[in-house]
Design a binder for this molecule. Structure first.
Ligand SMILES: [Mn+2]
Length: 325
């Protein structure tokens, strides 16, 4: 993929921000800390510049991220079909469809801006701020603010920190670079409640989420001679535990803990589809497999939804992943 010149794209976005008045901001389906943190930080800066902002997410904000400052201001459900915006800024949507059905909004927006760090991202925006070497979108957004000479407030710093710390798995994944830590350090300097946020993110889990984790671990299987860890959660599991998909967040990482495991996959029945989450280590590129099934992501963390039942879907995906490991 041809990567657009970042500084040039920053300048283009800065012009759009300075000349526009109304902005639409949205992230991807099943929003995560990076999407939401980046979105809320940009929204706060835009508001400080006197702009009107419409914050949108097709899917609701997960319970564990509802503490994010101003998360309650994000509208969910159906996008506004008839409103006009000077610009629509999409965060972490490798294609507009990753954000849900945003076609009407994009048609009614003067400019479309795509900000992402997924290497599968397509160049659909008038401005494409793509940096696949960045740990997170929040890290790119910090650099955007820096290049615009905007200093971040405590609240904005907290939002960007959540984006970085969640996308790097607490500064653990290989995409964590010296620059990531430098940005995190700059954010900390603002004096936001760092320890409180880490507590909310990593030492707080609902009773239901703990029970789902237990069920997932009970179902954990090792395949491909111990190189592949598989977890499957069926509709009946969600019903019996009173759980929803958001309660499965991060449970796949437990599969990766087993020594010798090169990749892990979590299957979850979701209506008439099968939701598939991948994790891998090193050179095992699960994003290619996710893309083949209509999804996307990063080399070591990706996902897709396929139109298949558990048995059939599992078979196809496991066959695909076995050729990679
Ligand atoms: Mn991200």
């Amino acid at each position: 993929m041809r990567t657009p010149d970042l500084e040039k794209e920053f300048r283009k976005l800065e012009n759009i921000i300075m000349s526009g008045e109304s902005f639409f901001l949205a992230g991807h389906l099943n929003p995560d800390g990076d999407t939401l943190g980046s979105m809320l930080a940009i929204s706060s800066v835009l508001k400080r510049l006197g702009k009107k902002v419409f914050l949108f997410s097709s899917d609701p904000v997960p319970e564990n991220l509802s503490f994010l400052p101003h998360a309650a201001g994000i509208r969910t459900g159906r996008p506004p079909a008839r409103r006009r915006f000077d610009a629509a800024i999409l965060l972490e949507c490798s294609t507009p469809a990753r954000g849900g059905d945003l076609s009407a909004v994009l048609r009614n927006s003067g400019k479309v801006v795509n900000i992402d760090h997924h290497k599968t991202s397509e160049l659909y925006g008038d401005v494409n701020i793509l940096e696949s070497h960045s740990s997170s979108t929040a890290e790119i957004v910090y650099r955007l603010f820096y290049s615009m000479n905007v200093s971040v407030t405590k609240t904005e710093a907290a939002c960007l920190y959540v984006g970085i710390v969640t996308d790097t798995g607490r500064f653990h994944f290989p995409a964590t670079s010296p620059r990531t830590l430098e940005v995190a350090s700059r954010l900390l300097e603002t004096g936001f409640k760092f320890s409180r946020i880490n507590d909310l993110l990593y030492a707080t889990k609902s009773f239901t989420a703990l029970k789902v984790l237990g069920r997932g671990l009970e179902r954990l299987e090792l395949l491909a001679g111990g190189r592949l860890a598989v977890m499957s959660l069926e509709r009946s599991d969600f019903v019996s535990l009173g759980a929803s998909p958001e309660h499965t967040e991060n449970i796949i990482n437990y599969g990766m803990m087993v020594p010798g495991v090169k990749a892990a996959v979590l299957f979850r029945e979701d209506g008439d589809r099968l939701s598939v989450t991948f994790r891998s280590r090193g050179h095992v590129d699960v994003s290619l497999l996710a893309k083949r099934f209509g999804g996307g992501g990063h080399r070591n963390a990706a996902g897709c939804k396929i139109k298949a039942g558990m048995r059939e879907g599992r078979k196809k995906v496991i066959e695909g992943i076995q050729s990679l490991i």
